[in-house]
Design a protein around this ligand. Structure first.
Ligand SMILES: Cc1cc2nc3c(=O)[nH]c(=O)nc-3n(C[C@H](O)[C@H](O)[C@H](O)COP(=O)(O)O)c2cc1C
Length: 362
C-alpha cells in the first residue's frame, strides 16, 4: 500500500474494476435541477453551430478537457499515450495525473512525458498536489512543467482524499502561499482544481487574489475519492474505512460549485465532476463554465486505444451541439448567455449562497 507506484496502480484498477461503485451513490451533480429553456424557433442550421472554445488564451475545437488522471505506474504509459493522441487529433486540452512519482523517481518520468511525445502540439496540463508544492515549492513545479513541456500547471486540492489515505498528509498549511508564489514565478498559468468535492466561492476568491487564472471545480456527483480510498483501506484500517463511509456523500455538487465560482472577474471556470453527456456539459456552460472536463469515463477507452477515447469525446460534442441548437445558441459564448431555470435543492442553494440571484434568471 505504501509506495506511489502501487497507489497509482490501485487507483486505476479500482476505477476499472468497481465501475459505478467508485462514484457517489446518492449525491448527484445537481445538473438535473437545471432546465435550459427550449427554443422552438432557433433560426440556425446544424452546420453553422460552432463548438470552438478558448481556455487560457488558446483556441480549441470544442470545450472538452481530458482531466488529469495518471502517470507514475507502467500501465499509465499506455493510458497517457492514448489520451494524448486523441487530444492532439481532436484539438482539445489534456491533463496528466499527479507528477510527484515522476519527479521523485526519474525512471517513471516517461509515463508522463509520453503525452508530449504523442501530442507535440497539444495544450498539456501538468499536475501536482497543493500539499506537495507547500512542502517542496517552485522547484517541484518547474520540474513538473519541464517533464511534459506543460502549457499550464494544475494544482489539486484533495484534503478528504489525503485524510483517508493511509500514506496521506495531515498538514494542509501553507498551500495558498505556495500557490501565490507559483502564480508569481512560474512561466505558465496556474489552474487550481479539486478532485471531486467542489470549490466554494470563498476559496475561489482567495485563489484569484493569489493570481490563479482558472479553476476546475471538480465537484461532487462523479468519481468519489472517499469511496476509492475507502476501498483501499477496507479490512486493513477500520477507523479510516469508517471515516471513508461517513464522508462518502461529502462535497459541493458540481452545479452548485459552478454557480459559486462563476462570475468572478478574471477567472475562467472549468466544470468537471460527474459530467457524462453533452446535455450536462451544455448546462454546466450555461451556468458559467467555459469548458467542461471528464476523467473516469475516458479511463477504460484509454486502455483500448485513442480511437475509443475520440469516440466518447465526439459523442459528448455531438450531444452538446444538439443542446446548442435547441437553445438557439450558435456559439459557446451564446450558450453561456442562454436562459435557464433552477429547481429544487439547487435553487435553494443559490438563494442561500450565491450573492447574485439575478444570474439564476428565475
Ligand atoms: C483514475 C483517476 C485518477 C485521478 N488522478 C488524479 C490526479 O492525479 N490528480 C488530479 O488532480 N486529479 C485526479 N483525478 C481526478 C480527476 O481529474 C477529476 O477531477 C475527477 O475524477 C472528477 O471527474 P470525473 O467525475 O469525470 O471522473 C483522477 C481521476 C481518476 C478517475
Amino acid at each position: 500500500m505504501g509506495n506511489i507506484e502501487e497507489r497509482k496502480r490501485d487507483h486505476i484498477s479500482l476505477c476499472l474494476d468497481l465501475g459505478d461503485e467508485v462514484e457517489f451513490a446518492e449525491k448527484t451533480t445537481w445538473l438535473e435541477h437545471v432546465e435550459l429553456i427550449h427554443d422552438a424557433l432557433p433560426e440556425l442550421s446544424w452546420d453553422e453551430i460552432s463548438l470552438e472554445a478558448s481556455l487560457l488564451g488558446r483556441k480549441f475545437s470544442c470545450p472538452i478537457l481530458i482531466e488529469g488522471m495518471t502517470g507514475g505506474a507502467r500501465e499509465a504509459y499506455e493510458i497517457n499515450k492514448n489520451l494524448a493522441e486523441a487530444a492532439e487529433k481532436l484539438n482539445i486540452p489534456m491533463g496528466v495525473g499527479s507528477q510527484r512519482a515522476g519527479i521523485e523517481n526519474p525512471s517513471l518520468a516517461e509515463t508522463y512525458s509520453i503525452a508530449r511525445k504523442a501530442a507535440p502540439r497539444c495544450f498539456l496540463i501538468g499536475n501536482l498536489s497543493g500539499v506537495e508544492i507547500a512542502a517542496h515549492g517552485i522547484s517541484y513545479a518547474e520540474k513538473a512543467v519541464e517533464i511534459i513541456e506543460a502549457d499550464a500547471l494544475a494544482i489539486h486540492l484533495n484534503v478528504l482524499q489525503e485524510i483517508i489515505q493511509p500514506e496521506g498528509s495531515r498538514n494542509f498549511k501553507g498551500i495558498l502561499r505556495a500557490i501565490e508564489m507559483l502564480c508569481d514565478k512560474l512561466d505558465v498559468p496556474v489552474i487550481v482544481k479539486e478532485v471531486g468535492f467542489g470549490i466554494s466561492r470563498e476559496v475561489a476568491e482567495k485563489l484569484v487574489r493569489a493570481g490563479v487564472k482558472a479553476i476546475d471545480v471538480a465537484g461532487a456527483g462523479g468519481t468519489n475519492w472517499a469511496r476509492i480510498e475507502g476501498e483501499r483501506v477496507r479490512g486493513l484500517k477500520m477507523i479510516k474505512a469508517r471515516t471513508a463511509e461517513l464522508y462518502s456523500e461529502w462535497g459541493i455538487p458540481t452545479a452548485a460549485s459552478i454557480l459559486e465560482v462563476s462570475g468572478i472577474r478574471g477567472l475562467e471556470v472549468i466544470a468537471s465532476g460527474g459530467i457524462r453527456n453533452g446535455l450536462q456539459a451544455a448546462k454546466a456552460i450555461a451556468l458559467g463554465a467555459c469548458f467542461i472536463g471528464m476523467a473516469r469515463p475516458l479511463l477504460k477507452p484509454a486502455l483500448k486505444g485513442p480511437e475509443h477515447v475520440e469516440k466518447v469525446i465526439m459523442r459528448v460534442a455531438e450531444e452538446l451541439r444538439v443542446a446548442m441548437l435547441l437553445t438557439g445558441s450558435k456559439t459557446i459564448r451564446d450558450l453561456r448567455k442562454c436562459k435557464y431555470v433552477l429547481l429544487g435543492p439547487l435553487r435553494e442553494w443559490v438563494l442561500q449562497r450565491v450573492r447574485r440571484p439575478s444570474r439564476a434568471r428565475r
